[in-house]
Design a protein around this ligand. Structure first.
Ligand SMILES: O=C[C@H](O)[C@H](O)[C@H](O)COP(=O)(O)O
Length: 190
């Protein structure tokens, strides 16, 4: 079973990760494969659709549903991450990033899978089912899910600036936040 302890993410121990997965028609087969494999690895997998393949379906609702559930879980202090899947992963990432509190990263190789957690503390990844084999995608997903955030202050500072902008929606607020963060670091030596 993959737990917080075994995933070594430093945010506690003994809690099974919940993984919310959403896709569209082009990602559905991969979504089903990942759901099966990740459940076998011990993750608590929640499917956000689609339920069946419809070549005319649209990715936003499925991806936003998955991302909203990740955000809700995180607000409830539940350990939760998300995977959104489409042909390229691009639109899916864009849709997920519209949800407040979500940091969705497009993952396309092993390095971007790891760094999405290390530097960005990403809570959702987007995968392009038309860009990789299912085996590659499983590897990328597991790398992401098991990688810890470094907790480095420079990364926390940048993530906080994004969160501030998300809350205030003004570049000025973002700049103010940056200055405040730098001043705070000067004071505390962080
Ligand atoms: O960014 C969007 C995704 O890659 C979609 O999965 C893709 O656009 C779907 O393409 P189509 O409707 O041609 O199957």
């Amino acid at each position: 079973m993959i737990t917080e302890r075994s995933s070594a993410n430093g945010r506690g121990a003994g809690t099974t990760y919940r993984i919310h997965i959403g896709a569209d028609h082009s990602g559905l087969e991969l979504s089903r494969t990942l759901q099966h494999e990740l459940a076998a690895l011990g993750f608590d997998v929640v499917d956000h659709g689609p339920a069946a393949c419809d070549a005319q379906d649209d990715y936003p609702a499925f991806c936003i549903s998955a991302a909203e559930s990740v955000a809700r879980d995180i607000n409830d202090n539940r350990h939760s991450l998300g995977i959104v899947i489409g042909g390229s992963g691009n639109g899916e990432q864009i849709a997920a990033n519209k949800v407040r509190g979500i940091r969705a990263a497009l993952v396309w190789n092993e390095s971007t899978a790891r760094v999405a957690r290390q530097h960005n503390d990403a809570n959702v990844i987007a995968l392009g089912a038309r860009e990789h084999t299912p085996e590659e995608c499983l590897k990328l997903a597991v790398l992401f899910l098991q990688e810890p955030f470094t907790q480095d202050s420079r990364h926390k500072r940048r993530i906080a600036q994004i969160a501030d902008y998300e809350t205030c929606l003004t570049p000025l607020a973002c700049e103010t936040s940056r200055r405040d963060a730098l001043a705070r670091m000067d004071r505390t030596g962080e």
